[in-house]
Design a binder for this molecule. Structure first.
Ligand SMILES: *Cc1c(COP(=O)(O)O)cnc(C)c1O
Length: 356
């Protein structure tokens, strides 16, 4: 820390992303990336990109991509905005709807960035613990009086809330914005987008990073009532008007239009997930009922930290969170069937070594 850092950020603890190792080839099951490449239509755009065009700023209104998303989601363009990853849209939302006097209501176990942004923006947190089995009791979110963020399905648990519960939470907080972070919704959960025209306080955030294989492109989108989206745009145009680069905007459009490829890759990941759950259960793991492209699992013979370290030695990266309530667990991203096969072999080795 330099002597120049503002006093109000002295205690800031930044988010620690999963490793992106540059040295060695790992089987990378640690950051919930998609194992399949983006739509072939995206590759075509990159190949035909005229470098000369990068001279110009990107479209600050992101009009073409927004039109494409709106059409597909059955919304008006005024009900959609895009950001530099859904992280940026979530950050804009916190900036728009919370401040020192207006707390954010969030779960004790959820996506780590929410708490970091509260720290950065000096937003007090109203923490609602998950139930003992890590599920969310929707009634614990009724009449909070605060802006709410819920990852649905939740991360890192992988558990999902049914649409009726999201509707009840929105209905029981008419004076507060309810943000639903749907980073993993395409792997088998009903989206709350269908509720947007019924609840003016509902903001739904999705990303191209997981189900659309475009994490490196940095692209996310937020959907909600046109007034909420206008608020987010006011923040965006006050921070970074050209928040999405022009190449990403064009590729995003191509990815969005290729619904067949999207469906095919999501189906493959869901099938691999179900096979993974069966296999790991047979090896003695206890696994939460995942609706995502990862599983959250624990084993009574080897603790989470040891699994993480031993798998890394064997060339497989997974994620372990050294946090209250979940330190026993590991989070494993669903890769290709071949990658999972290697994971199973290494896990069996570790379990054998532990038994010796
Ligand atoms: C991955 C993830 C994000 C961030 O996605 P980006 O679009 O890559 O910024 C947001 N929320 C949750 C719960 C995630 O898992």
């Amino acid at each position: 820390m330099s002597k120049f850092l503002t006093r109000s950020l002295e205690k800031l603890v930044p988010y620690v992303p999963g490793e992106q190792p540059q040295d060695k080839q790992y089987i990378k099951l640690n950051t919930n990336e998609n194992p399949y490449p983006p739509s072939p239509n995206a590759c075509e755009i990159i190949e035909n990109q005229n470098i000369e065009d990068l001279r110009l700023y990107s479209d600050p209104t992101c009009a073409r991509l927004i039109a494409s998303i709106a059409k597909q989601k059955g919304l008006e363009p005024e009900q959609v905005m895009v950001g530099n990853g859904s992280d940026e849209n979530l950050f804009f939302a916190l900036r728009a709807f919370c401040d020192e006097e207006n707390p954010l209501c969030l779960a004790d176990i959820t996506y780590g960035c929410y708490a970091v942004w509260c720290d950065l923006l000096h937003i007090p947190m109203d923490v609602v613990p998950l139930s003992k089995d890590f599920t969310i009791d929707p009634t614990t979110y009724y009449n909070t009086g605060h802006t709410i963020v819920i990852a649905n399905p939740n991360a890192p648990t992988g558990l999902a809330l049914p649409l009726e519960d999201i509707a009840k939470i929105a209905a029981n907080n008419p004076e507060s914005v309810v943000i639903i972070d749907e980073a993993y919704v395409d792997f088998g959960t009903q989206s709350a987008v269908s509720l947007i025209n019924s609840y003016e306080n509902l903001l739904v955030v999705q990303t191209f990073s997981k189900s659309r294989s475009f994490a490196g492109g940095r692209l996310g989108f937020a959907m909600g009532n046109a007034d909420l989206i206008a608020d987010l745009n006011a923040v965006k145009f006050s921070i970074n008007p050209y928040n999405v680069n022009s190449l990403t905007l064009r590729i995003g459009e191509a990815i969005m239009e290729d619904t067949a490829y999207f469906q095919k890759t999501c189906d493959k990941i869901i099938a691999t997930r179900e096979a993974t759950i069966i296999r790991l259960t047979s090896l003695g793991f206890k696994i939460l009922h995942s609706k995502t492209n990862f599983v959250f699992a624990k084993h009574h013979k080897v603790c989470g930290k040891d699994f993480y370290e031993k798998l890394k030695e064997k060339g497989v990266l997974i994620r372990h969170f050294n946090a209250k309530r979940i330190a026993d667990y590991i989070r494993i991203t669903i890769g290709t069937n071949e990658q999972m096969q290697v994971l199973f072999e290494k896990v069996e080795e570790i379990l054998r070594e532990a038994a010796e």
